[in-house]
Design a binder for this molecule. Structure first.
Ligand SMILES: Cc1ncc(COP(=O)(O)OP(=O)(O)O)c(N)n1
Ligand code: 3NM
Ligand code: MG
Length: 208
C-alpha cells in the first residue's frame, strides 16, 4: 500500500455561503492531508474572509490549512502553511514570515534543478507539474511521472504532483512515487460530487 495522500486545492471561485459545508463533506469522506486555499485576482479582504470561514473547517479535522501565494496573510490568518511559486515571494522570505514550524511548499514545474534548490533551502515539499491537461490554469510546464521516481531516489523531502489529476489518471503518479496528489477539478468537478471523489481517490491510492 502506498503512503501517498490527497492534497485538496479549492476551486478558483468559492461561495462562502455554501462552500464550507461542501468542503466539510469532502474532508469527512476519506483521508486528506492538506487543503490549499487558492484564490487568484481577488483583494486581501476576500482572502481574509475565506481564511476565517474555511480554516476552522479544515483544522478541526486535523488537516493542514495552506494558503496559496501569500505568506503575509497566511501567517496573520493562522494558516498552517503557504505555497509559493517561482514568481511569488521567494522561499527564504516566505520561511521568515511563516516561521520554522510552518509548512512552506514550492512550485518546481518540471525542473530537477528548481527542486534541488528548494529542497536544499529547506522547503517542506516540492511540487511538480502539470502532469495532465488542466482547465484550472494555463500551466507553465508539462512534467512526466519519471521526475517523481527520480526525486524519490534522491531526496527525503516529500514531492507533490499537480495538474489535471483525476481518479482515472492518478495511479501512474502514485506508482511513480508521489507523496501527495494535489487536486482541484478532479475533486470539485467529479461526476458524483467531491465526497465521492475523495473516496474514489483514496481507493486508487490504497490499491496502488
Ligand atoms: C501544491 C501546489 N503546486 C503548485 C502550485 C502552483 O503554484 P504557482 O506556480 O505559484 O501558481 P498559482 O497556483 O499561484 O497560480 C500550487 N498552487 N500548489
Ligand atoms: C494550481 C496549479 N498549478 C499547476 C502547476 O503545474 O504548477 S497545475 C494547477 C492546477 C491544479 O488544478 P487541477 O487539479 O484542476 O488541474
Ligand atoms: Mg503562486
Amino acid at each position: 500500500m502506498s503512503d501517498c495522500r490527497l492534497y485538496l486545492i479549492t476551486p478558483p471561485k468559492i461561495d462562502l455561503a455554501t462552500f464550507p459545508a461542501l468542503l466539510a463533506s469532502a474532508l469527512d469522506a476519506g483521508d486528506v492531508a492538506c487543503v490549499q486555499l487558492r484564490l487568484k485576482d481577488v483583494g486581501d479582504d476576500v482572502i481574509r474572509r475565506a481564511i476565517d470561514a474555511l480554516r476552522p473547517v479544515v483544522q478541526s479535522r486535523e488537516v493542514a490549512f495552506i494558503l496559496n501565494d501569500r505568506p503575509d496573510l497566511a501567517a496573520a490568518g493562522g494558516c498552517d502553511g503557504v505555497h509559493v511559486g517561482q514568481e511569488d515571494t521567494p522561499y527564504a522570505q516566505a520561511r521568515k514570515i511563516m516561521g520554522r514550524d510552518a509548512i512552506v511548499g514550492v512550485t518546481c514545474h518540471d525542473s530537477r534543478h528548481l527542486a534541488m534548490v528548494a529542497g536544499e533551502d529547506g522547503a517542506d515539499y516540492v511540487a511538480f507539474g502539470a502532469f495532465f491537461d488542466t482547465a484550472t490554469k494555463d500551466p507553465k510546464a508539462r512534467a512526466e511521472p519519471e521526475i517523481l521516481s527520480w526525486w524519490q531516489e534522491m531526496m527525503e523531502v516529500p514531492c507533490v504532483a499537480i495538474g489535471g489529476i483525476t481518479v482515472d489518471n492518478c495511479a501512474v503518479l502514485v506508482d511513480a512515487g508521489a507523496d501527495f496528489l494535489a487536486v482541484s477539478g478532479g475533486v470539485w468537478g467529479y461526476k458524483d460530487g467531491p465526497a465521492a471523489a475523495v473516496k474514489a481517490f483514496n481507493k486508487v491510492i490504497a490499491g496502488a
